[in-house]
Write a protein of this length. Structure first.
Length: 415
């Protein structure tokens, strides 16, 4: 008997159907952010660098410097990842023709055709984001909520342009494309007016979402604070949750790093699912703050995935990744982060969820604890290895040498 067959039997004895779990895992797409490859630099600004409320740290050599390099790096990472994949793009990754440049309020679908071709060639879905940061028009830390109509207009037009681009991408790929609005807007020090900026943001969002875009899933991403904007965030969780609740078709995206350190999005997912038919996520790893460390196979990532599985919400929760570590090999960061999210999802699918729920409902809390703890040490690794084998990607222990070789042959030559 192979290790996998033996694992299958052990899981069956615990009431878990391994084949069903593997089928569900293979069917669930993960949206992989393009921005791990170049430290959120993008292509549209001279010497592009993450700024305005977000920051990357680290100086590992070999980051992608242009469209060609980013595509090649992404494909290298994707070749080591099982399952269905989407690529999550930011508007700042527009691809301009030789000598061409337009500002973000003038972006068009044509600037993303090369990405659509890339997606088609490689069987990827696409998700999209307006880029309301790392740009000189972010004024006094504000975009859509700025008191100056000129500043607001620029960013409203940018968000509208992004939505139209997402719509066209969706039409072209015959798919639904998530378009996620995150803005840094906030104040470093104690504000004198909190409601004014929020009312301006509300009006801006109304304008942005006015045009029907049937292939777009609209969402807004809240945050507790940003770098340099510690005292107040305009797009707070209450603000966007209430906005989404009043605007059918707009969703509040939960980023795992955007809450106070004792709050967890694993608890928020089932709360949101009571009211919304979709819950988009940014799975990331906050270390003491919204640090966007590489996702690991850790307690909270498993808990997030467990909630998705327990709520039977694989088709409702949209899993996107959002980390950017510039201090390590960026391809390995992508691979570890994505595989860890997928492992956590598999782990969740392999829990005796029905049994555990029944034990909770009958107040058998002692037994619930025993079963929950013991399920942790079932032979999970053998099932993961079988999944990688079926998906034709290397098992754990077999892919890193490939990344090291790529570093030597490709990344280290970028100087
Ligand atoms: C910032 C948000 C946002 C960005 C990306 C690049 O705090 O998490 O999602 O990380 O859009
Ligand atoms: Zn995020």
């Amino acid at each position: 008997m192979t290790n996998f067959e033996s694992a299958k039997q052990k899981y069956a004895a615990a009431g878990v159907d391994v084949e069903e779990a593997l089928a569900k895992l293979a069917g669930k797409a993960i949206s992989i952010h393009c921005w791990q490859g170049d430290d959120v630099a993008g292509f549209d600004q001279k010497d592009g660098k993450a700024g305005d409320g977000i920051q990357t740290t680290g100086n590992y050599p070999g980051k992608a410097r242009n469209f060609e390099e980013l595509k090649t790096d992404f494909l290298k990472a994707a070749s080591l990842l099982p399952g269905k994949k989407r690529i999550n793009l930011h508007a700042s990754y527009a691809v301009f023709a030789e000598g061409e440049w337009v500002d973000r309020d003038k972006l068009e679908y044509k600037h993303f055709i090369p990405w659509v071709e890339f997606a088609k060639e490689n069987g990827l879905g696409i998700d999209f984001n307006p880029t309301c940061f790392s740009h000189p028009m972010v004024t006094d830390g504000l975009t859509l909520s700025h008191p100056d109509e000129k500043v607001r207009r620029f960013w409203i037009d940018h968000c509208k342009a992004s939505r139209r681009i997402a719509q066209k991408i969706g039409e072209e790929l015959n798919d639904q494309v998530l378009n996620n609005v995150w803005i840094p807007d906030g104040f470093k020090d104690i504000p004198a007016d909190r409601m004014g900026p929020r009312m301006r943001l509300k009006a801006a969002l109304d304008e942005i979402f006015a045009e029907p875009c049937p292939n777009v899933i609209d969402c807004v991403e809240s945050k507790v604070f940003g770098i340099g904007l510690e005292s107040m965030t305009v797009g707070s969780n209450e603000f966007y949750t209430a906005y989404a609740a009043q605007h059918p078709g707009v969703y509040n995206l939960l980023d795992a790093g955007h809450y106070h350190p004792t709050e967890f999005i694993s608890d928020k997912i089932p709360a949101m699912l009571c009211f919304f038919d979709k819950v988009p996520l940014h799975v990331t790893r906050p270390v003491r703050w919204d640090s966007d460390h590489v996702v690991l196979f850790d307690d909270e990532t498993r808990e997030i995935m467990k909630e998705i599985v327990r709520c039977d919400a694989l088709d409702k929760v949209l899993i996107g990744l959002d980390f950017f570590d510039a201090s390590i090999n960026r391809i390995a960061a992508w691979v570890v982060g994505t595989r860890s999210a997928q492992k956590a999802l598999l782990f969740a699918l392999l829990q005796p969820n029905k049994t555990l729920k029944a034990l909770q409902d009958s107040a058998s809390f002692t037994e619930k604890m025993v079963v929950m703890e013991e399920a942790k040490t079932l032979p999970f690794g053998d099932v993961w290895e079988e999944y990688c084998r079926r998906e034709n990607v290397p098992a754990d222990g077999e892919w890193f040498a490939d990344v090291q070789k790529y570093e030597q042959d490709v990344l280290s030559r970028r100087v």
